[in-house]
Design a protein around this ligand. Structure first.
Ligand SMILES: *Cc1c(COP(=O)(O)O)cnc(C)c1O
Length: 347
């Protein structure tokens, strides 16, 4: 029989509606050259599908390490960082102890903790969507959670929390996970602390830098920590195909990703500027590849449908932030279409 624990869970929500312009999942808008596609086809055709993949994905790990400026010993790979979140919720602290995170945030912290029956210790974000330090310290003193998640920048609000506040919370003895899924758009990191401290790890992912379909997440931590976490990793969690394609792109085509990231950052600033001049919405600052905005002139659902009628799909975030939508930063042309559609349906 299915446990009450699982029966009471709500599945992760995602937006699967089709649209001409899809700006709903924070994917990177990048066009890979035909030449790369041909090379992928060739390399994939050489895979021995009857064999298991390299269980340690050692070559991929080496390239990831080089790209992120660390050593392979400090890395554990996951089938997306979602899988790594499960491993952390499973492994850090006893299951009877709590998991802390400020809300609203990425839903997988809650889902993984609840699936394992762990108590949640949450505090609502304060002003400017930063951590409410006093309330957090109080909650932590009271409930003694052993694991804390910080989305940095935070999805869906777009900002990075104050580093000092995170460090203060960690100093109470909480193992701290810094989820840097959007690192490439903020350039802010706890990497140095993750490779030197026993109480801190960083999560990165290839998903927001153009490779979401491959499902490759990266945990960075001290070698001793990585070694322990490796014990719960499913043996062949990175498929042969993902290993082959990710290696090829990170090794020979990384400049394409870097250019697309640079363009995205420039486009984000342009969009923020345009959107903050529009009436009927309230736009929040962003250090990620998406922008959160509150709808003040109608329901967020209504604006969402109106945009969809114009061919633009954004994400309704009202289940996390009151009457708010989140738009991913896409290609210049897509963003242009979004801005035009938004302007049109707001009046
Ligand atoms: C998208 C996202 C992830 C999930 O990344 P995957 O590697 O695709 O599983 C993790 N954390 C945050 C905050 C995200 O927004």
């Amino acid at each position: 029989m299915i446990s009450n624990r699982v029966k009471l869970l709500e599945a992760y929500k995602t937006e699967t509606t089709q649209a001409k312009v899809k700006l709903s999942s924070n994917e990177l808008s990048v066009d890979y050259p035909e030449e790369l596609k041909d090379r992928i086809a060739k390399e994939v055709s050489r895979i021995a599908f009857n064999r298991y993949p390299d269980p340690t994905a050692s070559e991929l790990k080496e390239i990831v390490a080089e790209r992120f400026g660390i050593r392979p010993e400090n890395i554990m790979l996951g089938n997306g960082s979602d899988e790594l979140i499960y491993y952390l919720s499973m492994s850090v602290g006893e299951l009877s102890t709590g998991v802390f995170f400020p809300t609203p945030t990425f839903p997988m912290y809650e889902i993984s903790a609840k699936a394992l029956g762990r108590p949640l210790v949450c505090t609502p974000l304060g002003e400017d969507f930063d951590i409410d330090l006093e309330a957090s310290l109080q909650a932590i003193e009271g409930h003694r959670p052993t694991l804390a998640y910080f989305s940095y920048p935070n999805n869906p609000t777009g900002n990075c929390f104050s580093k000092e506040k995170i460090q203060k919370i960690r100093s109470l003895g909480v193992f701290t996970v810094i989820d840097e899924a959007y690192y490439h758009f903020s350039k802010k990191t706890f990497l140095e602390e993750a490779v030197t401290r026993e109480d801190t790890v960083v999560l990165r992912t290839l998903s927001k830098i153009g490779l979401a379909g491959l499902r490759v997440g990266v945990l960075i931590g001290k070698e001793e920590i990585v070694k322990e976490l490796e014990k719960v990793r499913l043996p062949f969690n990175i498929s042969s195909t993902s290993q082959v394609i990710a290696k090829l792109i990170l090794r020979d085509y990384y400049h394409i990703i870097e250019e697309a990231v640079d363009t995205t950052i420039k486009e984000r600033e342009k969009m923020l500027q345009h959107m903050s001049n529009m009436k009927g919405i309230k736009v929040y600052p962003s250090e990620a590849n998406f922008i959160l905005f509150k709808v003040e002139c109608m329901s967020a659902q209504e604006l969402h449908s109106r945009l969809l009628k114009e061919g633009v799909l954004v994400r309704n975030m009202s289940y996390l932030v009151d009457n708010a939508l989140r738009v991913s930063v896409g290609k210049p042309q897509e963003n242009e279409m979004f801005l035009e559609a938004l302007q049109k349906v707001l009046v």
